[in-house]
Each structure stands twice: as C-alpha cells, then as structure tokens.
Design a protein around this ligand. Structure first.
Ligand SMILES: Nc1ncnc2c1ncn2[C@@H]1O[C@H](COP(=O)(O)OP(=O)(O)OP(=O)(O)O)[C@@H](O)[C@H]1O
Ligand SMILES: [Mg+2]
Length: 494
C-alpha cells in the first residue's frame, strides 16, 4: 500500500474505464483523462505524472511509436507506462513493452485488480526514483572526492593490492610522469622507484599506517626527498591504501643550511664560553710567569717559590688543554649512537659552561633520580643542553635578578627519559612563547641571537624521536618566590 498523503497524477487513455468508482475508493490518485496524442504530450508537459495508462486496443494509435517519441522527448523520465491489453495481439504487446512500457494488465479486469496494479507500479516508480537519487548521490560524492583529490596540494595515490587505481594531478607532477593515466594500473614500486628496502616494506605494509621520509627517483632520474603518509582503509570487501606524498627536497636543503648556521652560531657561543674559561687560568699563568721573571731580574733565588709558580703554570696549562678537548669534542661531528649515562653528559656540558655560569652568578641545582643510561647521539644531546642553558644565561643577563637558579632534573618513567631545565629568570612572555621554536625567532639583538637555537633543538630532538616542551612556572625555593621558563626534554631510552 502507498501510505503517504501524496497525490499521484495518473494519465489515462482508455475507452471503458469506470473512473468514479476508482476515485471514490482511492484518494491518492488524480486521474487525467486524455483522448489523443496532443493531449498526452500536453498533460505530460504540464503535470508531474507518475503513471500513464494506455489502452492498446484503441483504434488509430501507434503506441510503439508514441512511447518511443515520448521517451525521446524525455517526458517519461519520471513516469511509468502501463498498457491495457486483451493479449489478442501478443506480438504487438511485446513490441510495446520493448519500446519502454513498464507493464501490462489483461483486459477485462475488475477494479480491484486495476488499483492493485497501479499501486505496484507507483511503488516501482518510487523505488526507481530512490535508486536514481542514491546513484546521483554516490556520483556526486565520487565527483566531490575526485575534486578534493585534485585540489590537494599533496600528491595522492589510491592503491588496491599495491596497484594504483586512482591518483591526482599532483601525483603525476611529483615524480615527473606526463599524466595521471601513466600512473594508474602501475605497481607501487614502478611509481616509487629506487626506494630503500626498509621503506619499500613500509609502503606495502597493510597492517600499520606509516609516516616517513624517503628518497625516490623520479621518471627523469632526479632524486627527490619526499614525506610519505600512508593509510590503510578497509572499503567494502577491499583493503585500500591511500598514500599522500610531498616533495620536501627544498625543505631538507634549507634544513641543512639552517643546521650549519645554527652550528656556526653555537660555535660563536662556544668561543665566548672558552674565552670565559681561559681568562682566569691565563691570568694565573701570566702572574706566575711574571713572578718568576721578576725574581730573575732582581737576582732573587727562591727555589720553592719558583717551583710553586711553575706548578701553577703546568696546572693551568693542563686545564687549558682540557677545555680545548671539550671544545674539540663539541666540534666533532660524531653521528654515531652510543650508550651513556645522561648525568655524565650533563656534567661535561656544565664543565664547558662552568666559568660563564660562575661569572654570571648562576647556581645550578641538580636533582638526578639515579644513574640513567640512554642510547642516542651524545653530541646532539650536548648541543640541545647548551642551547637551552645558554638561553637561560642570556635571560638572566637581561634582567636584574638576585637569585639566579637553574634547576636540572633527570628522571625516567617507563622507557622515556625526562630532562627538565627550570630557570628563575622571569619566564618567557606569553605573547611569544608559541613562537620560540620557529626558525629565526629571537627577541635578542641581531649580534646576540640568530633565533636558530631552539629551532635546531626541536629538529634534532624529532630526529632522535624525542620532544621538547616549554612552560612558565612560578615556584618557591628556599622560602623565596621564583618564576622562570621550564624546558622539558623527553627521549626514548633506546
Ligand atoms: N630561558 C628563557 N627565558 C626567557 N626567554 C627565553 C628562554 N629561552 C628562550 N627564550 C626566548 O626564545 C627566543 C628564541 O630562542 P633561540 O634559542 O631559538 O634563539 P636565540 O637564543 O634568540 O638565538 P640563538 O640562535 O643564538 O640561540 C629567545 O630569543 C628568547 O626570547
Ligand atoms: Mg638561543
């Protein structure tokens, strides 16, 4: 039963038809009776007709032709055709059905039969409309999806069983293909050429999603650095894989330049630190040497005094050569991972900074849970610590703060090591705190800061699978209120 309040328009071309009884019995239908072809077309053009009932035994009508013509004029797009027939001419009936009629009703019939047929056909029409709407919706979604795919600035590829089934324009441009069509139907390894075996395995892994950077050879033989994001999506019965790729060759090149600049900047800071370290021992050496010279000039022979002075010179030169060694260690570009105690690295980093920290009157308060061993690139960790501690030293220089502290805490939770460095230099202005990891962001004078220290710290840490976070903290220490910036580094133990 059609159980809604919609009234359906039904066109009817028939001789013997008891309209009144049907209308009385069913208010869901409005019958429009027509007598000739012109009236049929007019009725179809003016009204939204759901069903056209044609009595094929009526004289003077070529029904096959009429249905074909109406279909051609698109007047039967939202309408079904029911023919009434005695089936005395089955061949003609067959032709009429072939030309586009939906069904037939054998004459003579009783009204109940007629109404039932109408109902069934209206239901069929509604189902047809629903299917068409759904089809349109699917087509629209597909169109939107393709538009989205094409508008993406990233190269996008969709794979089924490692064969590309769809991609966008960017996808062909990225690797130097001439068109999308050159990529579709290709195996993933014939698109991403010369990828390392490790990354090949990630590309075809259907279990886990991956994000990684890799080198790919393009169609013209150039090598690109690309950032790959790969997602596995179950779709119907298929497992699809969507890969988005972005050319980061330029970014990588800039990163290298920035790393070199940052290294130069921190070397500058190192030289500043060395100057601090050397000032005092050089003065001591100079005083001792001058003392010996004076004794010689005045012919004073004090063997003990001379030996004392010479000892002093030897002690201080040893210290000088030790600082050179620290400096050399820092400069050595040792990219090897090794296993070491974090506390040892902190100790040697603080040694490099010792004179400077003393000069600025900064007290280091260390709190290490226990000896924590970590496997990572030691030099990188030294650079990170130097960047953060030097920033704290700079922050103190800017202000007149009486109690200058730097709290260093090292602790471990599960497989993660935490190193937190909290100063008492007043903290970082909330207006800039979100920007301090950006390259070239500095609040210092050009001569004092390049703004690369924390950017590089962040970059190095992400390469080591670590993280860095910052916040301002107010706290009480030795009954005094302090406020400062707290940097927390996290690193995996392995
Ligand atoms: N402990 C801190 N207290 C207050 N401000 C800080 C602290 N550490 C960093 N900052 C702020 O963050 C900014 C960025 O630091 P970053 O180390 O990246 O660059 P920089 O120190 O200015 O220059 P450089 O490249 O020489 O290190 C600093 O200019 C400073 O304003
Ligand atoms: Mg800095």
């Amino acid at each position: 039963m059609i159980n809604n309040d919609t009234v359906y328009n039904i066109l009817i071309l028939a001789d013997s038809f008891d309209r009144n009884e049907i209308i009385q019995r069913n208010e869901n239908y409005k019958f429009i009776v027509v007598k000739n072809y012109t009236e049929i077309t007019e009725a179809l053009e003016k009204n939204d007709i759901s069903l056209a009932i044609l009595d094929m035994e009526l004289e003077g009508f070529n029904f096959t032709g009429i249905i074909e013509e109406l279909t051609e004029k698109r007047l039967l797009n939202n309408c079904l055709v029911l023919v009434l027939s005695t089936i005395e001419n089955p061949k003609l009936l067959k032709n009429i059905l072939k030309s586009g009629a939906a069904d037939f009703l054998k004459k003579p019939f009783i009204n109940d039969e007629f109404i039932l047929k109408i109902e069934l056909l209206i239901k069929k029409l509604l189902d047809k409309k629903l299917i068409e709407e759904q089809k349109k919706e699917i087509e629209n979604t597909l169109k939107k999806f393709k538009a989205l795919l094409d508008s993406s600035i990233n190269a996008m590829y969709i794979f089924k069983d490692n064969i590309c089934i769809e991609c966008n324009k960017e996808a062909s441009l990225l690797l130097g293909f001439n068109s999308k069509e050159e990529i579709i139907d290709k195996h993933i390894f014939n698109i991403f050429h010369n990828v390392s075996t490790k990354h090949k395995n990630l590309l075809v892994d259907n279990e886990v999603d991956h994000n990684f950077q890799t080198k790919v050879t393009g169609q013209q033989g150039n090598v690109y650095e690309v950032q790959i994001k790969e997602r596995n999506i179950p779709f119907d019965t298929d497992n699809l894989k969507i890969i988005s790729a972005m050319d980061i060759t330029d970014i990588k090149r800039n990163e290298k330049i920035l790393a070199q600049k940052s290294k130069l900047a921190s070397m500058g800071e190192m030289i500043g630190n060395i100057a601090h370290q050397w000032r005092q021992p050089l003065t001591a050496i100079s005083i001792a040497a001058s003392g010996i010279k004076l004794m010689q000039e005045c012919d004073i022979e004090d063997k003990i005094e001379t030996i004392d002075s010479l000892d002093n010179i030897v002690k201080n030169t040893k210290f000088l050569s030790a600082t050179i060694e620290d400096f050399q260690n820092f400069l050595r570009n040792d990219r090897e991972s090794s296993t070491f105690f974090i506390q040892d690295v902190l100790r040697s980093t603080l040694m490099i900074l010792d004179a400077n920290l003393k000069f600025e009157n900064i007290k280091i308060v260390q709190n290490y849970e226990e000896d924590i061993e970590i496997t990572t690139i030691q030099n990188d960790l030294v650079q990170i610590l130097l960047n953060i501690i030097n920033n704290a030293v700079d922050a103190f220089k800017d202000k007149t703060i009486k109690d200058k502290f730097l709290f260093i805490d090292v602790y471990q939770k599960k497989d993660i090591v935490y190193i937190s460095l909290l100063d008492s230099a007043g903290g970082i202005s909330e207006a800039v705190i979100d920007k301090i990891f950006e390259p070239y962001f500095t609040t210092k004078h050009q001569a004092q800061g390049t703004g690369l220290g924390l950017y590089m710290t962040h970059q190095i840490l992400s390469k080591l699978d670590g993280k860095i976070e910052v916040n301002n903290e107010s706290y009480t220490y030795e009954k005094k209120e302090n406020r400062g910036a707290k940097f927390t580094i996290t690193l995996p133990v392995f």
